[in-house]
Design a protein around this ligand. Sequence first.
Ligand SMILES: [Zn+2]
Length: 148
Amino acid sequence: MKLRWLAVIALAALLVSLASVYDRTVLHFLGWDGQGSDNYSAWSGSVPALFTLAGMSTLIAGLWHHINCQEPGCFRIGKHKVSGSPWCSKHHGKARHRLSVEELLERILTATDTANDASKSLTAEVSAANQASQRQMDQVLEELRAPR
Ligand SMILES: [Zn+2]
């Protein structure tokens, strides 16, 4: 795709340069002849216009690349951000990382270990609280049973 456009642009530049060498009508068409100095019309007219065109096309292409889908050859606007890059509704599924069975198993085992650790910690805290509560109940019962 890009190679074809480069070939077209190179061919057009070659045709214009050959025509300008052999035929003055191309120079007249571009406005590069018939002024006070030889190159006045070129430097004050079409050459700055070409530079402006190149700059504007670079700016527009950069802005388009910023919002365009990252799939090669896709011209849709990217509405889904995946890792900071825009992807269209058709291709965003390809950009998202699919987990392998090993990665899924690793995540499940990590989550299970974390849950088991939290459960053990909570069980230890509840057991300690129960023992403290039981000691307090025993003290109260001893105080109640003690002869007065
Ligand atoms: Zn796309």
